[in-house]
Design a protein around this ligand. Structure first.
Ligand code: HEC
Length: 152
C-alpha cells in the first residue's frame, strides 16, 4: 500500500513538472555530459556576438573578430562527443541522432559551414554581412534542435 502511495506521489510530481514547463531531468552518461559542457562553453562567444549583432552592445570589430575566431574552434567540440551512452542516458539528445545518423551529419555540416562563413565575415568586418551570417548560423542551431534535441 505504501509503495502504491509513493508511486502515485511520484507520478503526480512528474506530471506537475511537465505542466509547469520545467525540463524533466534526463540522465546523462559521460558522452552526454561532455557534449553538454562543450555546447555551454561555446555560448559566451555566441552570446557576445549576438549582443553586437542585435545592437544591445556597440559593434567592436576587434572584439567581434576574436569571438568569431574562438567560436569557430569551440563550436566543433560538441560534435566530438556524439556517441550514445545507451538508452536513457543520452541527456537531451533524441534517439533519431543514432538512427538517422546521415541526417544528423547533414545538420552538423550545415552548421559548420555557416560558422566558417560567419568567421570570414567577422574578419572582413562588414556589419551588415556579419548580421546575415550570424542569422544564418542561428537558424542552423534551431534547425538541428527542432529535429534532434528534446523539446525545451
Ligand atoms: C547538428 C545538431 C546541433 C547543432 C547544429 C547545434 N546543436 Fe545545440 N544541441 C544539440 C543536441 C542534440 C543537444 C543536446 C545534447 C545532449 O544533452 O546530449 C544540444 C544542446 C545544446 C546546449 C546544451 C544545453 C541545452 O540547452 O541543452 C546548448 C547551450 C546548445 N545546444 C546551443 C546551441 C547553439 C547556440 C547552437 C548554434 C550556434 C547549437 N546548439 C547548434 C544539437 C545541435
Amino acid at each position: 500500500m505504501k509503495k502504491i502511495a509513493l508511486l502515485l506521489t511520484l507520478a503526480t510530481s512528474i506530471g506537475l513538472a511537465a505542466c509547469s514547463g520545467a525540463p524533466a531531468e534526463v540522465a546523462k552518461g559521460p558522452n552526454a555530459e561532455a557534449r553538454t559542457a562543450a555546447f555551454k562553453k561555446m555560448m559566451p562567444d555566441f552570446s557576445s556576438m549576438g549582443k553586437m549583432v542585435k545592437g544591445e552592445e556597440a559593434y567592436d570589430a576587434e572584439k567581434f573578430k576574436a569571438a568569431a575566431a574562438s567560436f569557430a574552434q569551440l563550436s566543433q567540440e560538441p560534435f566530438k562527443h556524439f556517441t550514445s551512452d545507451g538508452e536513457g542516458k543520452d541527456g537531451d539528445s533524441l534517439p533519431n541522432i543514432w538512427t538517422d545518423a546521415e541526417k544528423f551529419k547533414a545538420e552538423e555540416t550545415k552548421f559548420a559551414d555557416a560558422v566558417v562563413v560567419l568567421n570570414e565575415k567577422a574578419q572582413a568586418g562588414n556589419l551588415e554581412e556579419i548580421k546575415v551570417a550570424y542569422g544564418n548560423t542561428g537558424a542552423t542551431c534551431k534547425s538541428c534542435h527542432d529535429t534532434f534535441r528534446r523539446p525545451k
